[in-house]
Unconditional design. Structure first.
Length: 340
């Protein structure tokens, strides 16, 4: 496996090099044919945590030793920008990361995924637009530090976070830069309205990174955070963190895994998506990466993770959330300016 890390400062340079060279080794992956007439390469653009990506890439190569994988890692926005810049001559095969609506929002960049593997995936996670291979799912939750917050006083709902006692004590990533935080914003608009969001914002401290809120709580730097499920679970073993699934409703969202349209190795891309969605690998997701919620119906959840039917799950209208994203984020910006 060859790896390139795409950082924002170098993103433009990487785009130019990719366009000039036709790939990480100076040639298009489509030129490398194996004896069966297929290709022996796969190029994955991934924004998931490195340890998780490396695990599944290695497992896939164990089962497919003849396939050489090039892995390009970076932020979701940077990788999506690279795919857009390469649209005339795609260099990648898989975009792994981002939200479940990424494919539908840029249908010209991706290929629909209609594998029979989807028959075993929970219907709640199936992409209505037909692009996503839902490799995992997550909820937005409340996480608090038990050294700083008495469990008897801890919030049990989103509404509890509007209490004046939590002013300046709730960390939240900016939804303009975090897809998971945007999901939380939509969650609140489904359960309540913009007046409620204004009440919340008055108590928030805003971070640019999705990982900053739960890290601050885990390290004892902040009392409470709104965080994505997997990030919150990273701190459970510390013994000073508790996770709350708000009683006034959560949304469950699948993560994104998309096949890039006209990528050089489409058969290998499809095989990788099928592999990650298989029952065996979905169980490995649960066993090896605490807090990752599987989408396969035959996989057992960890003991500490509540099943969907134990939660107050709200219907997340992904098409509406996508269509109104610019307007929602502009309204959020105005609220935060007013909150000072």
């Amino acid at each position: 496996m060859k790896r390139i890390t795409l950082v924002p400062v170098l993103a433009a340079v990487a785009l130019v090099l990719a366009a000039c060279n036709g790939g990480s080794d100076g040639s298009s992956g489509a030129d490398e044919q194996d004896g069966a007439g297929g290709t022996d390469q796969l190029v994955i653009y991934a924004s998931h945590p490195t340890e998780m990506v490396d695990h599944f890439v290695a497992a896939f190569q164990d089962e497919n030793p003849g396939i050489e994988i090039d892995l390009i890692t970076g932020g979701t926005g940077d990788l999506l920008g690279r795919i857009q810049a390469e649209a005339e001559r795609p260099q990648g095969d898989i975009m792994w990361g981002g939200s479940s609506t990424t494919g539908g929002s840029s249908p010209e960049l991706f290929t629909p995924y209609d594998s029979e593997v989807l028959d075993a995936i929970d219907e709640a996670y199936i992409d209505p637009a037909g692009f996503n291979a839902p490799s995992d799912a997550f909820a937005m939750v409340i996480v608090y530090n038990t050294d700083l917050v008495d469990p008897a006083d801890a919030p049990t709902s989103w509404a509890d976070l509007t209490d004046p006692q939590w002013q300046g004590k709730v960390r939240f990533a900016n939804p303009a830069s975090s897809s998971s935080s945007y999901a939380a914003l939509v969650n609140w608009l489904i359960a309540y309205d913009w007046d409620f969001v204004e009440d919340l914002a008055g108590n928030f401290v805003i971070d640019d990174s999705s990982s900053a809120p739960f890290t601050a709580v885990g390290q004892g730097e902040s009392e409470i955070a709104v965080a994505y499920e997997e990030g919150a679970y990273r701190w459970l073993e510390s013994g000073n963190v508790e996770i709350v699934y708000p009683e006034d409703g959560v949304v469950l969202l699948p993560g994104g895994l998309f096949q890039i349209a006209d990528g050089p190795n489409p058969d290998n891309a499809r095989a990788f998506a099928d592999f990650v969605l298989s029952a065996e690998q979905q169980q490995a997701l649960v066993d090896d990466f605490p807090g990752r919620r599987p989408t396969h119906t035959e996989v057992d959840l960890p003991e500490e993770m509540p099943a969907a039917d134990e939660l107050n799950v709200l219907d997340y209208a992904s098409a509406n959330a996508e269509e109104n994203q610019d307007d929602n984020l502009e309204q959020w910006r105005r609220i935060m300016i007013e909150a000072g």
